[in-house]
Design a protein around this ligand. Sequence first.
Ligand code: ATP
Length: 608
Amino acid sequence: MLGGPPVHLMWSQMYNPNRPKVTKRVDLRRILAFFRPYLPQEAQVLACILVVALLGLLPPLFTRWLIDGAIPARDMHAVSLAVGGMVASALVAGALGVYQGFLNSLIGEGIMRDIRTSLVAHLHRMPLSFFTGTKTGEIMNRVSNDVDNIDNVVTGTLVSIVTNLFTMVTTVVTIFVLDWRLALVAMAVIPLMIVPLSPVGRRMYDVRKLTREKRDEIESITQETLSISGITLIKSFVRERFERERFYQAGTELMKLEISLAMVGRWFIAAITALVVIGPAVVWLTGGWLAITSGLTIGTIVAFVAFLGRLYGPASALAGVQVQVVSALAVFERIFEYLDMAPEGAEKPDATALRDVRGEIAFEGVEFSYTPERSALRGVTFHVAPGEMAAFVGPSGAGKTTITQLVPRFYDPQAGAVRIDGHDVRDVTLASLRENIGIVTQETYLFHDTIGANLRYARPDATDAELISAARAANIHEFIATLPDGYQTVVGERGHKLSGGERQRLAIARVLLKNPRVLILDEATSALDSANEAAIQAALVPLLEGRTSLVIAHRLSTVQNADVIFVVEDGRITEQGTHAGLLARDGAYARLYWKQFRDRAVTEAVGT
Ligand code: ATP
C-alpha cells in the first residue's frame, strides 16, 4: 500500500447510504449552545416575563380590596384607585407583551437562521458520496421543514415554559399568603395533570419521527418528479397516473400519521380541561365552608378563584409544553444527525497551499472503490507533464470519470497517491487545489440566473470586458449578443432555455474566466450537428491552450491531437502512448479507433 490512511479508516470517513438509524438522545447542552449568542435579548425577555407575571397578580388583589375594603367602606376614592390600578397593570403588561413578542421573534428567527446556516455550510463540506447516496428531497426537507419546526420550540415553547413557571410560582406564593388551607385544596388537583405526561410525550416523539420520515419521502418524490429531467421522463413514458397514485399513497400515509399526531394526548387534554372546571368548584365548596365557620372573607374567595386561572392555566400549558419539547427533540435529532456526519476528506492540520502550479499530474498505484465489494480503479499509475493534453479512452464504466474525480479530491484513493507538481493532493489545502483545477463535464450545471451571473460564478470580480473576452474565446459571445437581454438573459432552470451546445460553451467560458492550470474535460458523447460541433471545437482551443488537461475523449480529433493517450479498461490503464504509436501497436486502442472511425464514416455517409 502506497501512503495514505489505512483502508478501514477511509471507509469510516465515507458516507454509508445504509447507515444505521441511531436513535441517540439529543444532548440538551448542544441545543442550548444555539441560544448563547442571544443572551442579552434572552435576559430582557426574562425580565419582561417576571414583570408581567407580577403585574398579573394585581387585578385579583385589587378585586379583593374592592369587595372586602373599598365597597363596604363606601370609599369612592379607594374604588377608583383599585379600578385604576387594574386598568394600569393590564395596560403595562400588554405593552411589555408586545416588546417581548418582538424579542421572541428576534431570538427565534435568529436561532433558525444560525441552525440553517450551519446545516447548509456543513452540507457543502460533505463528500460527493453523501450526495450520490442521499435523496435530494430528504436533504431539502431537513434544511427547510425541519428547521421551520424548530421555530415553534424556540420561540413558543421555551418562552412558554419560563412564562408559565413564573406565573405559577408567583401565584402559589400569593395564594399561600392569602390562605394556606384553601391554597392546599387548590394545589391538590395539579399532580393529576402531570402524571400521565411521560407516556404521552414518548408516543408523540415516536409519531413525530415517523411523520418527518414520511415528509422526507414526499419531498423526494416532489423533487424528483418536478425537476426538468423528471417531468420529461414522466411525460415521455406517460407515467402521470402512476406518479399521481404514488404521491397519493405517500400523502395518505402522511395524513394518517398527522391525524394520530393530532390525536395523541387528546384524552389527556380533555381530562385537564375538566380539572380546570372542577378546581374552582372545590375551592368554592371549601371557601364557603371556611367563610361560614371561620370568617374567611368573600373577597378572598373571589380573588382565590381568579388566581386559579393563573395556576391551572400554566400548569396545563406546562404539561403540554413538556410533551412538545420531547417530540421536538425528534426534530433536533434529525438535524444533529446531519451535523454529526463526517465532512469530506479532512485537510491535514499542516496542509500547505498549492502555489505557482505548473500542472504536473501523477497517479502512483492508485486503488479506489466506491463500495467495498467492487474496485473501480486497480493500481492506476501514469504521469502527465505540465501543459500536456492527456486523453482517456476506453469502454463505458472502465473508470475514466473516476480517475478525473480523484484529482480535485472529490474522492480519495484507498491506496496509492495522486500528485500535483509532486505534492500528494492530500497534503495541500482543498481550496488551493480546487482553485487550480477547472472542470467541464457533459452535464453542464447553470443556476437559474442571468448569463452574466452564471459566468461570474467563476470569478465574482470579473469586469464586463473580461466576461466578454471569455465568452468570445468560448465562441458564445455572438450568440449572447443576439439575445434581447444579452448578458442579462435568465437561462432558466439549470440552463434549460439554452441548447446543449450553448450550455457547454457557456461552461467553457466560465472555466476560461477561472483560468486554472489544470483542466478536466469530459467531452460530449452525443453527436452534435456539425455547426455546433465546430463551435465547440473552436471554443476548446483556448480552453486547452497552455494548460495540463485530462480529457475523457470521445471525438477522434481530440484523441489524435493528444500528447498522450491512456486506454482504461476495467479500472486499469492497459495501454499508453501517442496516437501513431498506439495504432502501430495494433492493440485495444487500435481496435477502439477503427471501430469509431468506421462508425463515423457510416454516420457521415448516412448524413449526406
Ligand atoms: P463512461 O464512459 O460510461 O462515463 P467511465 O469510464 O467514466 O464510464 P466511471 O464513471 O469512472 O466510468 O465508473 C467506473 C465504475 O464505478 C463503474 O462500474 C460505475 O458503475 C462505478 N461508479 C461510478 N460512480 C459510482 C458511485 N458514485 N457509486 C458507486 N459506484 C460508482
